[in-house]
Structure formats: structure tokens, C-alpha cells
Design a protein around this ligand. Structure first.
Ligand code: DX5
Ligand code: ZN
Length: 218
């Protein structure tokens, strides 16, 4: 299993200076863009027009995490905008298989996210429809929260199912990722790591990315 990816979350960046903030993470694998609608989660961030501008200036591909209700309706537009990877929440999608297929048909990688208390088992048969499974390691909505160790068994079960079926689905974790918690998440089977405060809270975000990458490969 390749533990390739560190995707910094711009939720912890300076929103007034996004272009400069993106340049500071040019050694990342992708930039994680948290879209929140103040309905699916109790917070509001940015939407498609800002994502399109980020896409135009970003030195790395976009990994959009849509924390929005009615994902079936809104998610395909992010793929149409050229976002490399579009992740919707299982809890917010009426027809997740159809939606994943629509994203792929539009040229995006399809991701599906699970809140900490959402089990993976009901979705095991549709993992082949996905490029990435995002297992939230905090309740979505805010940066700077503590990693929830109760999510580790779910990561292990998802990894076992993916490896057992031979499908190439990445497992992303998001929330509370630090140089310590990334080790536990990686051991459990995650291979794509989102980090907001651990990257942008560091005085040298590029160095923080390198350190997380080596910790996640340990
Ligand atoms: C939380 C977001 C995360 C957040 C992570 O709902 O989905 O992407 O930015 O922030 P940290 O790494 O600070 O927990
Ligand atoms: Zn996120």
C-alpha cells in the first residue's frame, strides 16, 4: 500500500491571501478544499465560484470535500469545473452509486465521506464505484479538533475489505491529523491524509508537509 498523499486543508489558511497560501504548499499532493453550506454542517465556507478561482491558481490538484446537503444536485458541478477529486458525504446523497458514476463520467475522481458514527458496512458493495473513501476522524465542520481514535477500527475494516477485493480505492482520513495521529491512521490502513492546522499552523507549511509525509510512511 502506498502512503502517498498529504493534502493540506485550506480551511486553516488565510482566506484573504489564498493565492499566496496555495504557493506555500506546492510540495503537497493536492489541496483539500472544504465546502460547507451551514446546513449539512454548522459552518459556512465557500462555494463553486471560489473553488473555480482556487483551481485557476493552485500549483497542485484540488481535492474538494463537499460538506453540503443535497449532494446529488450540487456535486456534479464541481466535476464540471475540472476539480480533480470530488468527495460527497454518504449521509447527504440519495443515490450515492449514481452520483459516483456521474462524477467519474465528468472526468473527476469520485470520493465518498463517512461521518465518525456512520458505519462502512452498508457501503462495502459499492466501493468499486469510488476512487476514494474518506473516513472522517472528527465530526465535520471545523478545523483544529482532536483526532477520534474510535474511528480506527472502521479504517481497519475498510482497508481489509478493499485489500480483500483487490479494488484500488484510497482511504483518506480528515480531522486532527498530526505527526502523532498520522502514525495510527496509517497503521490502520489510511493512505491519504488531510491536515489543516498541522500544516497552516506551522510557520513553514512546506516543512510540515514533509514531516507529515515521513511520519505517515513509518
Ligand atoms: C473539518 C474539515 C477538515 C479540517 C481539518 O470538517 O473537513 O478538512 O480542515 O482540520 P484539522 O487538520 O485542523 O483537524
Ligand atoms: Zn475536509
Amino acid at each position: 500500500m502506498s502512503q502517498c498523499c498529504i493534502n493540506p486543508s485550506i480551511l486553516s489558511a488565510d482566506f484573504v491571501n489564498l493565492e499566496a497560501e496555495l504557493q506555500r504548499i506546492s510540495n503537497a499532493d493536492a489541496v483539500h478544499v472544504d465546502v460547507m453550506d451551514n446546513h449539512f454542517v454548522p459552518n459556512l465556507t465557500l462555494g463553486l465560484p471560489v473553488v473555480e478561482r482556487i483551481q485557476a491558481v493552485s500549483p497542485v490538484p484540488l481535492d474538494a470535500h463537499l460538506m453540503i446537503s443535497d449532494a446529488d444536485r450540487w456535486a456534479p458541478a464541481y466535476a464540471d469545473a475540472g476539480v480533480a477529486s470530488v468527495t460527497f458525504h454518504a449521509e447527504a446523497a440519495m443515490a450515492p452509486v449514481k452520483l459516483a458514476r456521474e462524477l467519474r463520467a465528468r472526468g473527476a475522481k469520485a470520493g465518498m465521506a463517512l461521518r465518525p458514527a456512520t458505519p462502512v458496512e452498508p457501503y462495502l458493495d459499492m466501493l468499486s464505484e469510488l476512487d476514494m473513501l474518506l473516513i472522517m476522524t472528527v465530526e465535520p465542520g471545523f478545523g483544529g479538533q482532536s483526532f477520534l481514535d474510535i474511528t480506527l477500527p472502521k479504517i481497519r475494516r475498510a482497508r481489509a475489505a478493499i485489500d480483500g477485493s483487490g479494488i484500488g480505492v484510497a482511504i483518506q482520513v480528515d480531522g486532527g491529523i498530526t505527526e502523532e495521529t498520522i502514525v495510527r491512521a496509517a497503521e490502520a490502513g489510511a493512505n491519504v491524509f488531510v491536515a489543516g492546522s498541522a500544516v497552516y499552523g506551522h510557520q513553514d507549511p512546506a516543512k510540515a508537509i514533509d514531516r507529515l509525509r515521513s511520519a505517515g510512511q513509518a
